[in-house]
Design a protein around this ligand. Sequence first.
Ligand SMILES: Cc1cc2nc3c(=O)[nH]c(=O)nc-3n(C[C@H](O)[C@H](O)[C@H](O)COP(=O)(O)OP(=O)(O)OC[C@H]3O[C@@H](n4cnc5c(N)ncnc54)[C@H](O)[C@@H]3O)c2cc1C
Length: 380
Amino acid sequence: MTNTASTYDVIVVGLGAMGSATAYHLAARGARVLGLDQFKPPHELGSSHGESRIIRQLYYEHPLYVPLVQRSYELWRRLEQDAGQPHLMQINGGLMLGREESGLIKGVRRAAAEHHLPLEEIPRSRLQERFPQFIPMAGVSALFDPHAGFLDPERCVAAHLTLAAARGATLKNGERVLNWAQQGDGVRVRTTHGTYEAGKLVLCAGPWITELLGAMGPTFNVERQTVTWFEPPGERAMWMPDRFPIFMCEFEDGQLIYGFPVGPRGWKVAVHYEGEPVTDMRNLRRTIEPHDIARVRNAAARLFDWVSSAKLLDAASCLYTDTLDLRFVIDFLPGMPQVLVSSPCSGHGFKFAAAVGELQAQLLLDEKSDFDVAPFRIDR
Ligand SMILES: Cc1cc2nc3c(=O)[nH]c(=O)nc-3n(C[C@H](O)[C@H](O)[C@H](O)COP(=O)(O)OP(=O)(O)OC[C@H]3O[C@@H](n4cnc5c(N)ncnc54)[C@H](O)[C@@H]3O)c2cc1C
């Protein structure tokens, strides 16, 4: 089927975490929006799947993210209400473990101090009493973020898409963008099904973003991650959100693991970064091999010794798309003020999607925003 060129205010390429939120915020502002995705989001082929995503306020990566994540909390709650979808976000607290000199602990303290956020210090002698699931490690600090919790990524994406369509966005699944070009002040986008024109284009293509940018724009490195779900020992109630927080742990050698309370697929744990480099998205290994599981098992067993022999319930692969400094990119391409690049956010972006969607809609519609995008510029 071939379409003749149709005209929109904005074309959103990719309807995962960032694209679904951007399409929603654009449509909510009355813009004529076309959203295109090569698959049918939410799906398991990109970066926005797997039952849970951490959200936390004591942002160890850099305090500059704190206002943006605080706006996200507000918008996720609003999305729950507007979409009639409770529990998109559950706040059960987050435990951060690491040595005082680790990037995790230093960063958490810095974010708390700069933004005057609550931070609970759990002395080593009290950790077992408060969270008996964790084995206290010598020389390791335990800091609790009372605002941390987790999001349901598939339901968040679906809720944004449903509301975007309800606000008038045209959303097309199973339609791949083959290429795009500037056309006067606007853009022309060619897909597997036709050609479309718009005033602006936003590329929210996740790990496929380099296919659409070619030599333009910043460097992105894709890494393949494996997430695992195990059967936790003992009483299941011990691992439920009211008794077990989300957690992150940085070991002495810098390895980071994170995990969640038990959910429908089991108790989820994964290694942060150190993934397998992906150079060609068309030849991506989708199968889970024993060595993928062994890697997570070995890392997680450093904190939970029972994981070495725990029953594996499920596993999935997922893709991080990293900038060189792991900071986001939210910027127009140099010399092309009609083409916005929305970075897939270096393995820590989901929690921000609601606020990034709003911010990107404001940038695309030349509205004033409360956020300074200078740290996310391509030429920073
Ligand atoms: C294992 C794992 C754990 C993570 N944990 C956390 C966490 O705990 N907390 C957190 O905040 N973040 C986390 N993240 C990061 C977060 O999930 C990502 O930053 C976010 O999901 C990226 O969303 P995206 O919209 O950029 O990409 P995606 O959701 O992958 O969406 C991109 C979309 O673009 C479409 N597309 C691509 N190319 C084309 C084309 N040519 N034509 C049409 N459509 C196209 C794709 O089909 C896809 O639907 C994690 C990521 C992974 C992989």
